[in-house]
Design a protein around this ligand. Structure first.
Ligand code: UGA
Ligand code: MN
Length: 278
């Protein structure tokens, strides 16, 4: 005999997004800490169910360092679905910061994220049923596993707090009655969506439907997030607050200190000589 399930259970089971694949888009570039950053990130993503990691190198070609790292992660797959796509897109020279520039002078990751969006459009152009959520996850941030559970249900654009960014302990949307009514941002609060790249996720089908939606090298500093989200939704009303009504930090904008390698040049042979890298 069939028992009637409480409606909440039915909703959960049939919720169209609940089995969504999370497309985790990571721009990355060569520097001494790259392998360490990607190693740590791969360990996080290995613990996430149903994930597709899109790694886009800011490089003229795909490197074996990244290829090997991805293959190694795949080899250690423990979850039901762990896929990856390895791409590259070189930031044009005019837009690249040099060592002496402050890190915020030019936008970072723009060409790489757009390359990933382009790949999604190409790959899923005939897949109107593909359940997915797109998240822009930099290689140096710290991600709580609960973040993935939260964003997997994204019908339009989810939004949530980010720790250690914008000169604050936590930069966050302000929520009342399940709706975003503002933000606590202090840095450039005039922006319509004054949040960090790590503070939102997008429904895949929405991103595919808005064929022109992308990041832009033309917009002023700090406006990438607002630029993209404005192409997807019309108002704050449409935002879906996550993480206990935006009262929980599930991602931190950690940044890795540039390592001091001042003794390296004193060596007759580089310290890496003879090291095995596989
Ligand atoms: C902040 C935001 O959190 C980033 O999402 C945003 O891209 C960036 O500002 C910006 O200025 O546009 P921040 O920590 O300063 O972050 O930036 P990085 O973490 O250094 O770079 C963001 C991503 O782009 C990283 O995944 C990084 O590996 C990649 N990147 C950085 C490149 O692909 N190429 C570069 O030349 C620099
Ligand atoms: Mn960063």
């Amino acid at each position: 005999s069939q028992k009637l399930l409480p409606s909440a259970t039915i909703q959960l089971k049939t919720s169209p997004e609940s089995d969504a694949t999370i497309f985790f888009i990571t721009p990355t570039y060569a520097r001494q800490v790259q392998k360490a950053e990607l190693t740590r990130l791969s360990h996080t993503l290995l613990l996430v169910e149903n994930i597709h990691w899109i790694v886009v190198e800011d490089a003229p070609n795909r490197t074996s360092l990244v290829a090997k790292l991805l293959a190694e992660a795949k080899r250690r797959q423990v979850n039901r679905k762990f896929e990856f796509t390895h791409l590259n897109a070189l930031t044009p020279n005019d837009f690249k910061t040099v060592d002496t520039d402050p890190n915020w002078l030019k936008p970072r990751g723009v060409w790489q994220r757009n390359r990933a969006i382009e790949w999604l459009r190409e790959h899923f152009k005939d897949s109107a049923n593909e359940n997915g959520v797109v998240y822009f996850g930099d290689d140096d941030n710290t991600y709580d596993l609960k973040l993935f559970e939260e964003i997997r249900n994204t019908s339009r654009v989810s939004i949530f707090p980010v720790g250690l960014v914008g000169g604050l302990i936590v930069e966050k949307p302000l929520v009342a009655n399940d709706k975003v009514i503002g933000f606590n941002s202090v840095w450039n609060p005039k922006r319509k969506y004054p949040i960090d790249m790590a503070g939102f996720a997008v429904n895949l089908q929405l991103l595919l439907k808005k064929e022109e939606a992308s990041f832009s090298e033309q917009v002023p500093r700090g406006y990438q997030e607002t630029h993209l989200i404005s192409q997807l939704i019309d108002s704050l009303e449409a935002l879906e607050p996550k993480g206990r009504q935006c009262k929980q930090v599930l991602v931190w904008h950690t940044r890795t200190e540039k390592p001091k390698l001042r003794h390296e040049r004193k060596l007759k042979v580089p310290s890496t000589f003879g090291m095995i890298d596989d």
